[in-house]
Design a protein around this ligand. Structure first.
Ligand code: NAP
Length: 312
């Protein structure tokens, strides 16, 4: 009897490993569940989920016997966890194994903005370096003031990297952490006022919707740069676009967007934004580790053991 259902865009290596360990039925997305007949749907006890589309009560109704949803990714805001909990379904994610990659990308975005690396590269490629001379001076990154919004696992890795750049570290979290030498702000507006670079590493979901509000963006000021590697939902994107268009802040480095991958076209015309296609954890090594942790959670469940990285 088939027990596992694998939903989402798995690559060939991931499919092979899932087939080897769990022999699941594969579906491209959660909308395809309804195409399976009721008897087949009733055989599934475990779901391997990958994707940013919603997995909520309607999907759980279609899968009456599942006991676990193992998410591929640390952010599980696409899964309705309280609904799963009410039904006794365990939800797991893939924490820690991706911290380094996401923190690396955040630092890269910050430096790309500060040192204007996209523009400088275009200057050289277009022949302007040869024909018009040196690229304009930009701004020093080392020693600047950095603010982390959400000093969780990834936020802390970002802060550690920026501390190595001799930056003055400020942060907001729901509570103050044991961080000698770093400055805690209980209010995100106060944090934004105090820094040159604001890096967002919050969880997504309704509780952090537009947490980086119009007021926080305004407080960052015209020399301020916003970096977001969390979720598009955590920032008031309309307010951010307005601020970028009128120069109310200096720039942004963004890996995540509200309607990705069909992002707001206003972003494409902005010279002061570095855009990444939500690739924070997108290295071969890290994706393999995430896929393994997802499978290990499913194997633990099917063996009747404790889930390894349960979130509910
Ligand atoms: P984490 O350790 O759980 O940290 C999450 C942070 O969000 C913490 O600082 C936490 O505050 C804060 N937070 C949690 N619930 C909150 C709430 N209700 N209101 C306000 N703040 C809240 O998570 P992580 O492993 O660092 O991952 C953070 C996020 O990064 C993920 O959820 C995901 O959305 C995103 N991510 C993006 C990529 C990418 O490819 N760009 C890759 C991986 C992850 P406290 O410090 O007070 O606990």
């Amino acid at each position: 009897m088939t027990k596992a259902l694998a939903i989402g865009p798995y690559n060939e290596d991931e499919k092979q490993a899932l087939t080897r360990d769990l022999a699941p039925i594969f579906l491209d997305g959660s909308k395809d569940i309804a195409n399976l007949d009721a008897d087949t749907r009733a055989t599934f006890t475990a779901v391997a989920y990958k994707g940013h589309h919603g997995f909520g009560a309607a999907e759980m109704d279609l899968l009456p016997n599942i006991g676990v949803i193992a998410n591929y990714g640390v952010g599980y805001d696409s899964i309705d966890v309280s609904e799963a909990t009410q039904r006794g379904i365990g939800v797991t994610n893939t924490p820690d194994v991706l911290n380094d990659d996401v923190a690396d990308l955040a630092v890269a975005l910050l430096i790309m903005q500060g040192r204007e690396m996209e523009h400088a590269s275009a200057w050289a490629r277009s022949g302007k370096w040869a024909n018009e001379g040196e690229y304009r001076l930009n701004r020093k990154v080392s020693g600047a003031r950095a603010g982390i919004v959400g000093l969780g696992r990834i936020g802390r890795e970002i802060a550690d990297r920026l501390a190595a750049f001799k930056m003055d570290i400020h942060y907001w979290s729901r509570s103050e952490k044991e961080t000698p030498g770093w400055t805690y702000h209980a209010d995100p507006v106060s944090l934004a006022e105090a820094v040159d670079y604001l890096i967002v590493s919050l969880v997504g979901g309704p509780e952090t919707e537009k947490f980086v509000s119009k007021d926080v963006i305004a407080a960052l000021g015209e020399r301020g740069i916003l970096v977001n590697i969390s979720r598009g939902s955590t920032v008031d994107e309309a307010a951010l676009l307005d601020a970028l268009e009128i120069g109310a802040i200096a720039g942004a480095g963004l890996d995540v967007f509200r309607n990705e991958p069909k992002i707001d076209p206003r972003f494409y015309d902005l010279p002061n934004v570095v855009i990444q296609p939500h690739q924070g954890s997108g290295t071969v090594e890290t994706r393999a580790a995430m896929a393994k942790l997802q499978r290990d959670n499913l194997l633990a469940f099917l063996a009747g053991e404790e889930l390894l990285t349960r979130v509910n």
